[in-house]
Design a protein around this ligand. Structure first.
Ligand code: GDD
Length: 314
């Protein structure tokens, strides 16, 4: 029997390699496309092609060749921090890139499920009584990144409604783990601690806003959730993906420092603050729990330990 074929865009990014590995274990034929500079962590089982998400001709060629039954669209500019510096580029990749993919798919006219990955950041600031945030809360994006992801989900719903395409929608809260690049809080902290332990940096860690509270999951749990949504979820319905609880960035810092034998001084760096930072975000994940068999499995302590270990080896 022919194996079911999936395509992961952004397969060389942070979540891509984890999702690829998981799907290969399910017995699927996994194709991927991503930036050539980041192939390091990728399983050799993945059939890799280079196509720029911002070039619809290249995406069309890829879809013609691959003819996938499902697509996990992970290709994105995923950093909120960077989106303040590069708003237009963020829109170009996250919005135009998603449109290119959906248009190309529409043109080849092949039945195919698509997962679009949105962000818990789309909700923006909410009042205390709206926490944990459920999917019916009206989004109020407060930075270029979350705006691009909100637009993406709206575009996805248009393709679902107007063309009856099988669009699945995840709205993921923070996820981290080994392999995530600098520019996100956990790797920013863990990489500095590892550098300090290796005596490549004075024993001072520079950090930004520690008061923010976010909903952190392990990337491996999140990759599994994407699959569960595609297998068991309903198209056209948005699913929060998270842990369902909030942790302060201060607590993450404290735990990572506790894992280190070295005494490290904390220095607040005003340059690491954003013009606007949502104070608290955590999601209500009851819809995902009700519609799928997915449950989070990896405790945050393990995620943080594994991530620090990754940076020590690096
Ligand atoms: N990056 C970073 N670096 N953030 C810091 C630092 C630091 O040194 N110090 C404090 N922070 C604070 C940020 O101000 C923010 O409040 C929080 O830590 C988390 O920042 P990030 O890890 O950069 O992630 P994010 O919450 O902005 O966005 C992540 O989660 C979204 C879903 O909620 C990303 O993974 C997005 O792609 C994802 O959509």
């Amino acid at each position: 029997m022919m194996r079911s074929r999936v395509l992961i865009t952004g397969v060389t990014g942070f979540s891509g390699p984890y999702l690829a590995e998981f799907l290969l274990k399910q017995g699927l034929e996994v194709w991927g496309t991503g930036l050539p500079s980041q192939e390091g962590n990728l399983s050799p089982g993945v059939i890799l092609r280079h196509a720029d998400i911002n070039r619809i001709d290249q995406i069309l060629d890829l879809l013609e060749e691959c003819r996938p039954e499902s697509i996990y669209h992970l290709a994105a500019q995923s950093s909120v921090g960077r989106s303040w510096q590069e708003p237009a580029e963020t829109m170009r990749v996250n919005l135009e890139g998603s449109i290119n993919l959906l248009e190309a798919l529409r043109k080849i006219n092949k039945a195919c499920r698509v997962l679009l990955v949105g962000s818990g950041e789309e909700y923006g600031p909410v009042s205390q009584d709206e926490l944990p945030i459920n999917e019916s809360r009206r989004p109020d994006p407060k930075n270029p990144y979350s705006l691009s992801k909100f637009f993406q989900s709206m575009i996805g719903l248009q393709y679902f409604n107007n063309y009856k395409m099988d669009i699945y929608l995840a709205r993921a809260f923070n996820h981290t783990g080994p392999g995530q690049g600098r520019g996100f809080v956990v790797p920013d902290f863990a990489s500095q601690i590892a550098a300090i332990e290796a005596e490549q940096q004075e024993p001072v860690i520079r950090v930004g806003n520690l008061a923010a509270r976010r909903d952190f999951s392990d990337v491996r749990d999140v990759a599994r959730a994407y699959w569960s949504i595609m297998e068991e979820g309903t198209p056209g319905v948005i699913y929060n993906v998270g842990s369902g609880r909030a942790i302060a960035i201060q607590e993450i810092l404290d735990y990572l420092l506790y894992l280190s034998p070295v005494k490290i001084k904390v220095e607040i760096d005003p340059d690491k603050f954003r013009p606007v930072d949502v104070p608290v975000l955590y999601g209500d994940i009851s819809r995902l729990r009700a519609d799928t068999n997915w449950r989070p499995e990896i405790p945050l302590e393990k995620t943080l330990k594994d991530t620090l270990e990754y940076w020590r080896k690096k």
